[in-house]
Design a protein around this ligand. Structure first.
Ligand SMILES: [Zn+2]
Length: 379
């Protein structure tokens, strides 16, 4: 299964002193018979939330340093085995200092990004923005740069105005011969569960029109509009599958459906509550989801499409071919390999990295307590 959204990179930054814990987590989750690929995200809140909840000031956050650090952590600890395909993502570009920094982030493996998280930033508005703001001038420049670089644009979290601004701009760029890649990594249907983070029918149709996918997410609160996530009488699994059924019916097939866990359980603060955030435990998600889809009369081919093939076909294949290497694996056309060759940034930015104060990274594990509740309830 390909997991369209998991904040593994933030998890690493927050718990980097607990190497064995992270290794154990990855061993359990990333297996041939479970999750075999994913978008690993760094996730950022608004500056006010970063300050209030983590005690981290805006000028202490450095996307390049953070991505470099987690990439090295993954490699030096051999965290992910070579048969697992992953790309890096950044959720919320509030701290992107210059649009040109995307060149460096790209060389570190960035292939997907949400221009906005739920708050408003300099690029546009999120679902919890105070104002109904769309893409700003800078936001338009950002989208053009993302399309030009071949970085997938993740529409989850954008408010409707920003969503549509991105769609219209991407359609324009497509007409000019460019190859915009848009998708919603972790959002469900608003028609079934009317929360701001879910998508209207029109939004889902627009993603299909641009050949993207919707990563239907197994977070309970996006499956059914209830606060009672611990209620054992609710069949959350079926409520989750209902979203897949609905989107299939809306789109006339499963070609644009993928799946995401966005599992937040690593924040562990109130175990009972957190154990119940998601429909599935990540280490057994593929087996259970497959069974549920079979019970809902999906064919073997459709299940394969939903679990991984659609994401490969619609997104991964269209990303810069330099990211991939040919695979001998019959059912998968490309292996995603985060480039291990000499990185461009090492040559170009030696002085830059030397000047970074490594103590300022977004990684203070003592801070993890406060972030937890907010993250898990806000996402
Ligand atoms: Zn999110």
């Amino acid at each position: 299964m390909f997991d369209c959204h998991y904040d593994l990179l933030t998890y690493i930054l927050m718990k980097k002193n607990e190497v064995e814990l992270i290794k154990e987590h990855c061993r359990k989750v990333y297996r041939k018979d479970n999750i075999t690929g994913g978008i690993f995200n760094l996730f950022y809140m608004s500056p006010a939330e970063m300050r209030a909840e983590l005690g981290i000031e805006e000028d202490q956050i450095n996307l390049i340093e953070n991505l470099k650090e987690v990439k090295q952590f993954i490699e030096s600890n051999q965290l992910i085995s070579s048969d697992i395909k992953y790309i890096f993502g950044i959720e919320g570009l509030d701290y992107l200092k210059n649009i040109e920094d995307l060149d460096i982030l790209y060389s570190l493996g960035l292939r997907s990004t949400n221009p906005v998280w739920s708050n408003e930033n300099k690029f546009g508005g999120g679902v919890k923005s105070d104002r109904n703001i769309g893409l700003t001038k800078l936001g338009k420049r950002l989208i053009e740069k993302l399309v030009q670089k071949g970085i997938a644009i993740d529409l989850s979290h954008a408010n409707e105005t920003t969503f549509w601004d991105i769609i219209y701009l991407c359609k324009k760029l497509k007409k000019r011969g460019e190859n915009p890649i848009v998708f919603a990594s972790h959002s469900n249907s608003k028609a079934i569960c009317n929360v701001p983070r879910n998508l209207t029918d029109e939004q889902i149709l627009a993603i299909k029109e641009l050949e993207g996918v919707v990563g239907v997410v197994s977070i309970k609160k996006f499956c059914i509009d209830t606060e009672e996530i611990c209620d054992t009488k609710i069949d959350f699994e079926q409520k989750y599958i209902d979203h897949i059924n609905y989107i299939r019916d809306l789109l006339g097939g499963v070609d644009n459906i993928s799946v995401a866990t966005d599992d937040m359980r690593y924040y562990y603060i109130e175990p009972e509550y957190y154990q119940n955030l998601n429909v599935y435990m990540q280490y057994e998600v593929k087996e259970k989801l497959e069974k549920a889809l079979i019970n809902n009369d999906y064919s073997k081919k459709e299940i394969e499409q939903i679990l991984f093939r659609n994401f490969e076909e619609k997104i991964l294949k269209r990303l810069d071919k330099k990211t991939f290497r040919k695979s001998t694996h019959k059912s998968i056309n490309y292996d995603i390999i985060i480039e291990h060759k000499e990185d461009v940034y090492e040559k170009e930015n030696k002085n830059y990295f030397n000047s970074i104060n490594h103590n300022n990274s977004f990684s203070n594990s003592n801070c993890s307590y406060n972030i937890c509740f907010k993250l898990a309830t806000d996402k």
